[in-house]
Ligand binder design. Structure first.
Ligand code: ZN
Length: 411
C-alpha cells in the first residue's frame, strides 16, 4: 500500500499549471503528463478500464463488491491543474513533522512565513504533519490532495474486497482553475447517479452551496477624432466608463465589503479606448433571482452615465457562468446527507459554509450530476503559503471509504 502522503509528494512535482488564454483542451499539454500517469497508476492498481480521453479526462471504475442488486453508482472527482496565478513548476514540498505551533519560515524566501497569528487554522494542527512548498511556488494541494486521496481510497477498496460497496467511478479532470473543468465532462459516460469533488478546505467540510454567477460586458461607444480639432465633436468613451465605474457601489455589494451570503457586483477588466471602452463585471449572488436585481442596477448606472455624455452609446451583454448547486442538491437530500454521515463516521464534526465562488459541482449539478464538495485539506489556495495537514488527507481517505459503504448499506 502506498500512503496518501507519498502519492501527494509525487504528484506535486508535476507542473500542471493551466492557462486561461489557451483554447486547446486541456489548456496546457503538461497536464496530460500527470493525467496519463494517473491512468497508468490506476491500471496498475487493478482498475482495468482506466483511460485518458482526447480532452485529458481520466475515468476509471472500482467494481462493486456488494451482493445487493441495485446499489447506485457514485463518483469521486478531483482536478489535476494548478492556478495560473502562481508558478507550479519545480515545486519542492517540505513535510514539517509534528508541527510545534511556531511560525513556519519557508527556506526559499524568508518573507514567506506561515504564522498562526495570521492563519488561525494552524492552531488546530499542533502535533500534525504539515506540508508546504519551499516559498517560491504554490504547493498544488489544490487539488492534488484530492487526487491523492481518491487514488489511495481506491487502493484501499481494491485491497479490502470484504468491504461492501457499489460501483465507484473516478474522474480526474484538467482546467478547473480556468473555469473549464467540466467543458468536456461526459456525464453520461461517467454513469454515476451522484458524485463528490474532493476539493475543499479544512477537515470536516461538506459544501453544498455555491454562488450563482453571471458575467456582464458593458461596452461604451464614443467618437474619436484628432484631439487638436475635437471641440464639440469628440465623445470620449473612457470618460463615460469612468463615470459609470465611479457610480458602482463601494461600501456595499462589492467583494471588498461583503461576506457570508452577500453577493456583489465586481468590475475586473477594463479595455479602454476613446472610441470604445468595455468594462467586464462579475455578478454574484446566492439567489439566482438576486442576479437579476444586480444586473438591473448595472444597466441603470450605465444608462445614467451615457446620459451625461451626449452622443455616447452603451451595449450590454450578459453571459451565464454557473448556478448555485444547492438548487439541484436540495432535490437529492441523500447525496449531501450521506456525505455528512461519512464525515461523522470518520470522527469529525461536519462544517458547512457557502462557497463564495463556484466549484466543478456548480456546473455538474446542472448537467445532471449532483456533486457537492468534500474537504481535501487544502489551505491558502493559489498562494506561496499553501499548506495541507497529512492527517487531514488521511481523514479524507477515510471519509471516501465510509461514504462508499454508507451508499451500499442504505440501498
Ligand atoms: Zn481546486
Amino acid at each position: 500500500m502506498t500512503s496518501v502522503l507519498e502519492r501527494f509528494l509525487r504528484y506535486v512535482q508535476y507542473d500542471t499549471q493551466s492557462d486561461e488564454r489557451a483554447t486547446s483542451c486541456p489548456s496546457t499539454a503538461k497536464q496530460l503528463v500527470l493525467l496519463s500517469d494517473l491512468a497508468a497508476e490506476l491500471r496498475d492498481l487493478g482498475l482495468r478500464d482506466a483511460a485518458v480521453d482526447t480532452y485529458g479526462y481520466v475515468m476509471a471504475t472500482v467494481p462493486s463488491t456488494s451482493c445487493k442488486p441495485a446499489v447506485p453508482t457514485i463518483g469521486f472527482i478531483a482536478h489535476v491543474d494548478t492556478s495560473p496565478e502562481l508558478s507550479g513548476a519545480n515545486v519542492t514540498p517540505i513535510v514539517h513533522r509534528q508541527y510545534d505551533g511556531r511560525d513556519l519560515v519557508l527556506p526559499d524566501d524568508p518573507s514567506a512565513v506561515l504564522r498562526p497569528a495570521d492563519i488561525p487554522e494552524l492552531n488546530e494542527h499542533v502535533g500534525d504533519d504539515i506540508v508546504t512548498a519551499s516559498g517560491a511556488t504554490l504547493l498544488g494541494a489544490d487539488d492534488k490532495a484530492g487526487v491523492a486521496e481518491i487514488v489511495t481510497a481506491a487502493e484501499h477498496l481494491l485491497t479490502h474486497p470484504d468491504v461492501p460497496h457499489g460501483p465507484i467511478r473516478i474522474a480526474f479532470t484538467p482546467d478547473e482553475e480556468v473555469g473549464r473543468g467540466t467543458a468536456h465532462f461526459d456525464v453520461t459516460r461517467f454513469g454515476a447517479s451522484c458524485a463528490y469533488t474532493m476539493d475543499g478546505g479544512g477537515r470536516g467540510e461538506v459544501e453544498s452551496e455555491s454562488f450563482s454567477a453571471d458575467a456582464m460586458t458593458v461596452t461604451f461607444s464614443g467618437f474619436n477624432t484628432h484631439p487638436g480639432y475635437a471641440r464639440g465633436r469628440m465623445v470620449n468613451a473612457i470618460k463615460v466608463a469612468a463615470a459609470f465605474i465611479n457610480d458602482l457601489p463601494v461600501d456595499r455589494q462589492s467583494p471588498e465589503t461583503t461576506e457570508g451570503h452577500e453577493g456583489f457586483v465586481h468590475p475586473y477588466v477594463l479595455q479602454a479606448g476613446v472610441e470604445k471602452t468595455a468594462v467586464r463585471l462579475l455578478i454574484r449572488d446566492f439567489q439566482t433571482g438576486g442576479l437579476k436585481d444586480k444586473e438591473c442596477l448595472v444597466e441603470q448606472l450605465a444608462h445614467h452615465a451615457v446620459k451625461r455624455f451626449p452622443g455616447a452609446r452603451v451595449d450590454i451583454a450578459i453571459e451565464e457562468s454557473y448556478r448555485n448547486m444547492k438548487e439541484i442538491l436540495d432535490q437529492h437530500p441523500k447525496v449531501v446527507g450521506y456525505a455528512c454521515d461519512a464525515v461523522r463516521r470518520a470522527g469529525l464534526e461536519v462544517r458547512s459554509h457557502p462557497i463564495r465562488g463556484g466549484t466543478d459541482g456548480s456546473k455538474l449539478a446542472f448537467m445532471g450530476l449532483p456533486t457537492p464538495n468534500i474537504f481535501a485539506g487544502e489551505h491558502n489556495f493559489h498562494s506561496r503559503l499553501e499548506w495541507v495537514a497529512v492527517q487531514d488527507m488521511e481523514k479524507a481517505v477515510e471519509v471516501i471509504v465510509h461514504l462508499c459503504r454508507i451508499w451500499e448499506e442504505r440501498s
